[in-house]
Design a protein around this ligand. Sequence first.
Ligand code: 6PG
Length: 268
Amino acid sequence: MPTERTHAERFQTERFHLAGAEVLVGADLDETIRIAAGQFAALARKLASEGRPVHVALSGGSTPRRLFQALAGEPFASLVPWLSVHFFWGDERNVPPNHPDSNYAAARELLLSRVPVPAANIHRILTGDTTAMEASDFYERTVREKVPAASALPCFDYVLLGLGANGHTASLFPHRPTLHETRRLVVADHVEEINAWRVTLTAPVFNNAAQVTFLVTGEEKAPVVHRVLEGPRDAESIPAQLIAPAHGTLTWILDSAAASLLTRPPGS
Ligand code: 6PG
């Protein structure tokens, strides 16, 4: 059984700090996925060992697919205390749960159908049966009811986020009014840029989490990773810059390609 040290510690992964975030860089994609899976497993085991349920919010898109596959396989499938983990989503497309674009469908296919997570621990955003607005209203109630609060807001133990080439994260897109939402936890937005309805958690929820992890890979993401972490502050154009947990930890897990334009601090 691997020790409790994170994968990053065991394999001397490149580690430095930028813009208040911890940055971990894997030598290649496989290493990067192992770092992310190791972080998730270590966090879940720590919380479960304290007798606590673990509340996580997953991201969508293509990047997390490899992470889901890694977590469903060894050594991680045997490490994670699945009975203690409650799965939520940071955002969802306005499609049915069996649609190929569904973020829930990807997690179910690659992970949740392969590990012993109780059905009662899976809290998908109920898109497909209702309008996006109705789904967002219902999910707002679900998150408030099922995720323990800290500082008067639901506090996820772990949030996984991705990064779009245009700087969006979850379904917080550039120049959208949703970026300024301070009252609601969940909103529906018709995003003209993609001509689609989305349902998304809002920045206050993400920023109340204990651990927020961006998982970003590939050379095509290097420019936007550089903009987010080293560019001028411009959250209206680069919504990922909104993510700055007030009391939690912000970690960027990158492969060397996505990290290739970052300036390493001296001595890192
Ligand atoms: C979604 C995601 C979105 C995603 C980025 C990156 O629903 O699409 O939540 O924010 O993380 O678009 O997507 P890729 O991983 O496919 O590049």
